[in-house]
Ligand binder design. Sequence first.
Ligand SMILES: [Ca+2]
Ligand SMILES: [Ca+2]
Length: 284
Amino acid sequence: MKQKGISAMGIVIVIIVIVVATGAGIYFLVLKGPGDFGEAYITGLVDENGNTIVSGGTTDQRVQQIKGTVKNPQPGETTFKGKVYLNFNGVDEEIPAYDDGTHDDTTVGDGIWAFKETRVLISGTNTFRITVNDEAGNVVAQSEEFTVTANIPVMDIWIQLTWNTDKTDVDLHVWNPNNEHTYFGKLTEAAGGIPGAQLDVDDVNGYGPEHFTMQSAQAGDYVVKVRYYSAHGVTANTTATVRISIAGGAYHTYTHTLSLPMTLQQRPATALLMVMTGMSRRCR
Ligand SMILES: [Ca+2]
Ligand SMILES: [Ca+2]
């Protein structure tokens, strides 16, 4: 894990307060695309035990790696001339692809680019689709929709943080009503974080995701903060996206733009983006 000093702690950009509620129904917003054309393939999901799932399958494992390949929109180029998007449960996220022998890429420099992404499933049906855009933003390839049914408990709290710049480090922080804190330094209860909760990973080099999950949460206010920890040389602004599902209910999506100077702040930011009390929310 990266070394993060005490003096650098506490820089927070987005604050979301949520109140745990129950009884909300599950629904998904699935983007309808042309589907299944060009060169974009999802080969399968692989769980932490190494078991592979094909589309239409079921699993009892929450954490999955999604794998597949895409072709470079401009053949012969050594950099990817376009963007790859993973649509997970209705939301597109840009993801990196590799033609350098890493991330399960089988042949270096052959124009077949591999992706390997970790996602934390929600209870019930989960959907995935890969879309490739060229540099002009035109959709040049799209996979079939990949579905998997997760026979796992509904999480009282499910939070996903992603962001849109490579190489950068954004962090998810969550406090429970007792002011206990889960973050990269306290990923689990055993590490001193919120009892019964876990943060799956500290992604330090671009895009995320980082997932916070809690199967059985006490009622009360939970504070969710996002911090721009390090730009790692990137000067462009980064947009962070936080998606929250309470008790398996509909996603609430929050975004915030992070700028380079925010990585240098030494005091907690107080900008409150959203308060969510039950299902009624207000923005700040
Ligand atoms: Ca390759
Ligand atoms: Ca991080």
